[in-house]
Design a protein around this ligand. Sequence first.
Ligand SMILES: *Cc1c(COP(=O)(O)O)cnc(C)c1O
Length: 336
Amino acid sequence: MCAPMIGHRGSEFKKLYAGIQPRLQELFATKRPVFLSTSSAWGVMEGAIRNLTQKKVLNAMCGAFSDKWFDVSKRCGKQAEALQVEWGQAVKPEMVREKLSRGGFDSFTLIHNETSCGVLNPLREIAEVMREFPDVMFIVDSVSSFSTLPIPMDELGIDVLLTGSQKALALPPGLALFAVSERAMKRAEAAGDRGYYFDFVEFAKNQEQDMTPSTPCISLIFALESKLDDIFTEGVAARHARHAALNAQVHAWVRERGFEFFAPEGYRSVSLTCVKNNRDVDVAAWIKRLRERHRFVIDGGYGKLKGKTFRISNMGDESRETIAELLAALDDTFEG
Ligand SMILES: *Cc1c(COP(=O)(O)O)cnc(C)c1O
């Protein structure tokens, strides 16, 4: 990120942009181009609604981020309906079918990994249901699951797959990545109110020249290139396996310490663990000791889950050693 700045319309930038495309497409498991948006994920989450919702959007909600997407849809002036499940529970395929079969929808949003409560929604099963509704665009947020497990965009028929830089990719914030299916591009072209900054058609046009519509966060794109070097040196399958192993390491600690999981078995995130505070500890005080004594920061529960849960991430660059160090520090600062 400290590399000298380059112009965003010159050959050096085009080389950088084109150079990372093949690896990005491999991670997205798509033949479609991968667009780079200088924004956090919310920019593209809002953009997907503006580009693709003409009639009505169904927003699946099971936590803070997915709940907010419903709010964002309405703020974009769209007709939106909520598919609300309790925080910590998963969105089930039959719920999606039941709602969509009432008709009137042209788009559906799903957060694959609901970061606020550690729920991993059953993406493949929901994708099967989506095939029954070919006019409904399937918009998937993979902000905290991207590259931690396989998400085969093309195979699953996902229309928009998006992620951000600062969660699963463990880069600084400010960059979002997304790919758009061919049929979603056609839908966007027909939409009259896409705005400018997140106009998918602008992204596609500039992509042909290996560029972005407006000036991008070039330093972060250098960082992304470096991160891709790391990811492909480790190997994508090995990266997935590492996340599964580290997640199991955290889960073992949770069980051994007599804690429970906030999400039900079978629907637990592999990139972070949301622990239920069933032992009724003073989570805020524990986290404070952890920070002061060991300089580690973990989250003490998102929004209404504050104090009722705490979350341990194993996404990004964590290793068996770093996770072990964190868990030992949690033990060291625990007061029952
Ligand atoms: C963090 C997060 C977002 C929002 O990301 P921003 O970078 O704040 O735009 C969206 N979805 C999920 C699942 C997240 O974890």
